[in-house]
Design a protein around this ligand. Structure first.
Ligand code: ZN
Length: 153
């Protein structure tokens, strides 16, 4: 199995069996994200403690396999990250998905390497919005916004 096949497996697995797919009643931050180009919709829930650390992250919604897999992988990575680390992950993933740069790993965290599974979307501009939706929703939630769209507004 080559690396690309392995990554494909990872996306299929997370797309079919998303992790952290649930409501978080204790959420301190919640935002809705929408990608009108594909029809992907999700709600992201975060629990931040008093020190600004993300203690739990979950999402719900409906969308294509790429958008669901991306949200699933993101919520796994966010646990026990600080707000600052989450922002660094956003910047890293955005660069990775759009192919603007080849970013260095933002954190000393081997789990982050799994996000490279989604880097193939850079060759498919429409799919970039699917992959980055959850991340834009994360940014909105951390900034106190309740909604975001990949098409602005
Ligand atoms: Zn999509």
């Amino acid at each position: 199995m080559d690396v690309r096949e392995l990554y494909q497996e990872l996306i299929l697995d997370h797309g079919k069996r998303p992790r952290n797919f649930r409501v978080l009643n204790a959420a301190t931050h919640t935002a809705h994200g929408h990608n009108p180009l594909c029809g992907d919709k999700l709600v992201l829930h975060l629990v931040l403690d008093d020190g600004g650390k993300i203690t739990d992250a979950a999402f719900q919604g409906a969308g294509c396999a790429i958008s669901v897999a991306s949200a699933s992988m993101m919520t796994e990575l966010l646990k026990n990250k600080t707000r600052d680390e989450a922002q660094k992950l956003f910047t890293y993933f955005h660069a990775l998905a759009t192919g603007e740069t080849t970013p260095a790993f933002p954190l000393n965290d081997t789990d982050t390497a799994r996000l490279q599974a989604l880097s193939g979307v850079r060759n498919f501009p429409v799919r970039v919005k699917c992959a980055t939706l959850a991340w834009h929703t994360l940014k909105a939630a951390l900034e106190g916004a309740t909604t975001t769209s990949t098409e602005g507004a």
